[in-house]
Write a protein that binds this ligand. Structure first.
Ligand SMILES: [Zn+2]
Length: 112
């Protein structure tokens, strides 16, 4: 196995020990119905989805200089008054991808 699988195995062992000390039972328990096991599994997947969304949003926030098309680095070019370009309050920010030459334009929107 790789170090990754080794680390996962260690964590599963630690988690089993935590479960035993916290709940006094193991996965060999027989007191839950199939439906209860399915419900537990569904709840774990729902939690996982929330954790993944959190990480996706955090990653996007940290990597705001990455081109959507090619993952190249975006360089800031200019900020303009939205009033001058569109006759509305706000800011228009222009970015340029150093890898694929894409132009990116962020346009602020009024809060509703
Ligand atoms: Zn690009």
């Amino acid at each position: 196995m790789s170090k990754i699988e080794d680390e996962v195995c260690k964590k599963m062992q630690a988690r089993a020990e935590t479960g035993l000390s916290k709940y006094g039972t193991t996965m060999e328990r027989t007191d839950l119905t199939t439906l209860e096991w399915l419900t537990h599994a569904q709840e774990e997947v729902m939690d996982l989805t929330v954790y993944l969304e959190k990480l996706i949003q955090t990653h996007r926030g940290l990597r705001r200089d990455v081109c959507w098309w090619c993952a190249g680095k975006l360089n800031w070019q200019a900020d303009h008054d939205k009033e001058d370009l569109m006759g509305e309050e706000g800011i228009v920010t222009h970015l340029h991808c150093t890898a694929c030459n894409a132009s990116v334009e962020y346009i602020s929107q009024e809060e509703e």
